[in-house]
Design a protein around this ligand. Structure first.
Ligand SMILES: C[S@@+](CC[C@H](N)C(=O)[O-])C[C@H]1O[C@@H](n2cnc3c(N)ncnc32)[C@H](O)[C@@H]1O
Length: 208
């Protein structure tokens, strides 16, 4: 388990999974980005959703005809994912422990690195290629603009660990592994305390 997987963040998600689902189920800015990703990936893709949460993205992607496998360390989230994406294949697992002999056409990392410390992010990035068929695609979203730490959010009264990243650092990490950036978008996000951060959405392609 990662340092943060064992503690407060998992506890907080276990208590707030339904509130998270309610808040983001129809959240158009995120939905639009996932729909955009569909334009890049082959029809009928096999997709691995890392930190799938309540299966909102999985539901959208399976609606486009893709097959989604997902995992999350929060049991309640996995239960919701099964409900929201009945055709998906979901399990409880941590980013740290997950391994797979299967390879996927695309990987979805939607606001998962935001809960990992920098070492855990580097470990995850180092194993992404082992999950990918080539050519393969990666969707990654994260926030930029604040210092890492524990925070309450609009969907959780209990604090969660949030990490923040610089877009150029993430792009550099992927380029080191010969991923090609193919899409880069950002949207302002107003936090529950009124502060504004930026959500970043990047897509990468890796050729064979
Ligand atoms: C911000 S939510 C994003 C959920 C989903 N990807 C989405 O975009 O709607 C982060 C998710 O990551 C999960 N998570 C956080 N740390 C994890 C870890 N180390 N291993 C597996 N899942 C983790 C949480 O339980 C939560 O469901």
């Amino acid at each position: 388990m990662t340092k943060n997987a064992s503690g407060r963040t998992l506890d907080s998600y276990s208590k707030s999974a339904e509130k998270y689902e309610e808040k983001f189920f129809k959240y158009q800015p995120y939905k639009r980005q996932i729909e955009k990703f569909n334009d890049f990936i082959p029809e009928g893709s096999e997709i691995l959703d890392i930190g799938c949460g309540p299966g909102i993205n999985a539901g959208i992607l399976s609606g486009f005809g893709h097959r989604v496998t997902g995992f999350d360390y929060c049991e309640k989230m996995v239960e919701l994912a099964k409900k929201n994406c009945p055709s998906g294949n979901f399990s409880v697992n941590t980013v740290n422990n997950y391994s797979s002999s299967l390879k996927y056409d695309a990987l979805c990392l939607s606001f998962i690195i935001v809960h990992l410390d920098n070492d855990a992010v580097n470990e995850l990035f180092a194993k992404l290629v082992s999950f990918l068929k080539l050519p393969g695609f990666v969707y990654i979203s994260f926030m930029t603009g604040k210092k890492p730490g524990y925070e309450k959010t609009s969907f959780s009264e209990n604090e969660l660990f949030f990490n923040y990243f610089r877009t150029e650092d993430i792009i550099r990490s992927f380029k080191k592994q010969r991923f090609i950036p193919v899409y880069n978008a950002s949207e302002p996000y107003t936090e529950s305390d009124g502060s504004i951060t930026e959500d970043v959405f990047l897509f990468f392609r890796k050729d064979g």
